[in-house]
Design a protein around this ligand. Structure first.
Ligand code: WTA
Length: 665
């Protein structure tokens, strides 16, 4: 809070900035941080853009390499190789490196179950468990290059499993434990995974969820899997067991040696595949490799969160998303930090669960999503007010644009006006944070992710690749390769090229292709980036990416549905909400119970997060004469507004009128 006295102490520029809706970093924070002034950051950024390779080359030297690289970057657009010829290992960098010094007995991981069960693993203990798990994987026939699917709740074994895969060079394919059996099966099949790691159960809102059952169902259609490694926590009675296929995690780990040298892997060895939604119905397997990913994950964690050894870092993302990969697991461990991990639901048993844990564990950095902040905001200030949150020093936001109201609420009620907020823009494809303030240096403007980080050449351009003028909307592109970038779409380099590197090029006839993010953005007069959201057929619901086509194909696979169209509409809580328009087959009765049944069916087919927030039956969908569904119209109807603009190509105006008057509702 700014009082008269504290205002006096601030310099003129700070007051000016604040009045313009900009928040300079608190002085004490800047003094203690790695980059403590905006001018210093600007200098680093400018220097890095003149020679990004030099910048990343320096950053890479902070990691451990079994063999140094010959060449920083080999760029044959759109394919990049970073730190060519170098040999390293993600797990070695995350764990072994910390075992020789004071971090050996430091907590690497502090975990709390939903039922308040607690576990702490030091770096030494985590290392031992990971080595045992790595040997167990080897004993089960997993070799370097084999894909391992991980379908696990937020328990320490998930981190152990990820690092064990990395240790032996088996790319992990983590699938969010909220995905259905068919979504899991599709991902396992696409990756041709040989082994699945799962758990008997986990707690969510006081109930027990059973991922092993989902795995059993998924494997009926995924023959590549030979073994299932099950973390039996003993919370599910009579877990189904297939002799010869299912293996007990604790049993095999207890028999495995704790001595397992980390594989010396090529810098470009695949580290993981993570599926994300694209603009077609089929999820894309985003492939990340080792050296470059690690360098950027380590650098961004160190500087964006200004991470210190004393910190307790809590990234609330699930390990099933990229944020969980880069900022629950790799980034913090690469920096020798202590990570906090929580198993359960944010509001269980009461809406102050988060604040209670922050107070009890003395968490110092909190990284969460705007949708969570908005959900807390709805429940009022009294829940955080009950708690001492003075251990917090920094807050972060990711997944979607944070609306200024939520930013202010977060700043006031959680940060108590003391903590800077880093609004971080990035994607599954980018691997790590790309656009973000540095908390000790960048004045924040609520709602803007601020400026690209050093080494990142992001720009807002028009179709011809020319930067648009300030204040004008355009395509958000990355003009030069960066170390953590995806290398391809697994098994589909043509789609990789088409999806990301064919839409926008540098101006001129032979302009090199730019990486197209799928997001629209504009820059303000200070060069700050304001993300406008997706401009393709991807929805962002509560920070989760969903493809309209994926939901449409789930809808039409329901026996009562003839045709379906899905669009996003604005929603105060979830950012966007899924709005479905459904045409039924002849003879079906368009009543409320069928609506519910179809919605539930989508939840079962993809995941509960994909369930339509509203579903309308319509005898016809508005189409152009060439048969394309007019999504723009549907979006306008879904948002509750009047239909504007050109509808001259609309084939059946009657369909539109019916939808608008909601006769069929
Ligand atoms: C959106 C999550 C605005 C954006 C790390 C992007 C954001 C998509 C922000 C990627 C932010 C993420 N401000 N929009 N700070 N962060 N997005 O792959 O549309 O799950 O393209 O990665 O989320 O989602 P993904």
């Amino acid at each position: 809070m700014t009082t008269k006295n504290s205002r006096k102490k601030e310099s003129g520029i700070d007051v000016l900035l604040r009045e313009k809706g900009s928040y300079p970093p608190p002085k004490e924070f800047s003094r203690a941080s790695r980059v403590g002034s905006f001018s210093e950051l600007k200098k680093i950024r400018q220097g890095s853009l003149l020679n990004p390779e030099k910048f990343w080359n320096l950053a890479a030297q902070e990691l451990f390499w079994f063999k140094p690289w010959r060449k920083t970057l080999e760029w044959k657009p759109p394919f990049a190789k970073w730190f060519v010829g170098g040999k390293t290992n993600a797990c070695y960098n995350a764990l072994d490196r910390h075992l020789t010094g004071f971090r050996r007995h430091k907590a690497a991981l502090i975990w709390e179950g939903e039922n308040k069960e607690k576990r702490v693993l030091t770096y030494l203990q985590l290392h031992r468990e990971v080595c045992r798990a790595a040997n167990a994987l080897k004993n089960l026939g997993i070799q370097s290059g084999d894909r391992v699917a991980i379908y696990m709740p937020m328990i320490p074994e998930a981190v152990i499993a990820i690092l064990a895969c990395a240790r032996i060079g088996a790319p992990h394919n983590v699938v969010f434990a909220g995905f259905s059996a068919s979504a899991l099966s599709e991902r396992i099949q696409d990756a041709q995974a040989k082994l699945v790691i799962t758990a008997d159960g986990f707690f969510r809102k006081g109930l027990i969820v059973k991922p092993k059952d989902v795995v059993d169902e998924a494997l009926k259609s995924a023959p590549s899997v030979q073994k299932v490694l099950v973390v039996n926590r003993g919370i599910v009675e009579n877990t189904s067991w297939i002799e010869g296929r299912d293996v007990d995690w604790f049993e095999v780990l207890s028999e495995a040696s704790e001595n397992c040298p980390a594989a010396k892997l090529d810098s470009e060895h695949p580290l993981f595949i993570l599926y994300t939604s694209g603009s077609t119905g089929k999820p894309k397997g985003i492939l990340h490799t080792t050296g470059g990913y690690l360098v950027q994950a380590a650098w961004t964690t160190k500087y964006v969160f200004d991470l210190k050894d004393e910190d307790l870092f809590w990234c609330t993302a699930d390990i099933g998303w990229v944020t969980g990969h880069s900022y629950v697991v790799y980034g913090p461990l690469l920096n020798g930090a202590t990570i906090f991990m929580y198993e359960g639901a944010p509001m269980h048993p009461a809406p102050d669960r988060f604040w209670d844990m922050i107070e009890r564990h003395k968490i110092s950095v909190l990284y969460t999503a705007p949708t969570a902040i908005r959900a807390f905001m709805r429940l009022g200030e009294s829940w955080p007010q009950k708690h001492d949150l003075s251990s917090l020093r920094l807050l972060g936001s990711v997944g979607e644009p944070i609306n200024p109201e939520a930013w202010q609420w977060y700043h006031k009620n959680i940060g108590r006006g003391r903590c800077p907020i880093v609004d971080t823009w990035w994607q599954t494809e980018t691997g790590s944070i790309m656009i973000s303030p540095l908390p000790g240096a960048t004045p924040s403007k609520p709602g803007s992710a601020s400026l690209p980080l050093p080494g990142i050449d992001a720009e807002v351009v028009d179709r011809e690749g020319k930067p648009v003028s300030l204040g004008t909307g355009g395509y958000l592109v990355i003009r030069k390769p960066w170390p953590g970038m995806l290398r391809t779409i697994y098994g589909n380099p043509a789609r990789y090229k088409e999806q990301y590197f064919s839409q926008v090029r540098a101006p001129g006839k032979k302009g090199i292709p730019y990486y197209f993010t799928g997001d629209g953005a504009r820059k303000d007069k200070d060069g700050y980036f304001w993300i406008l959201g997706r401009i393709d057929d991807v929805l962002n619901v509560s920070g989760h990416r969903l493809s309209t086509m994926e939901i449409e194909s789930a809808l039409v696979s329901h026996p009562a549905v003839a045709e379906a169209a899905v669009v996003g509409r604005p929603d105060n809580l979830t950012g966007q909400a899924v709005s479905a328009f459904v045409t039924l087959k002849e003879g079906q009765n368009p009543d409320e119970s069928l609506k519910r049944e179809i919605s539930e069916y989508v939840g079962r087919t993809i995941s509960p997060i994909a369930k339509p927030a509203d579903l309308r039956f319509t005898p016809l969908l508005p189409k152009t004469r060439s048969g394309k569904i007019m999504r723009r119209l549907l979006r306008e109807i879904a948002a509750g507004g009047a239909v504007k603009g050109d509808i001259t190509t609309l084939e059946d105006l009657g369909a539109l009128e019916k939808l608008q008057s909601r006769e069929e509702d």
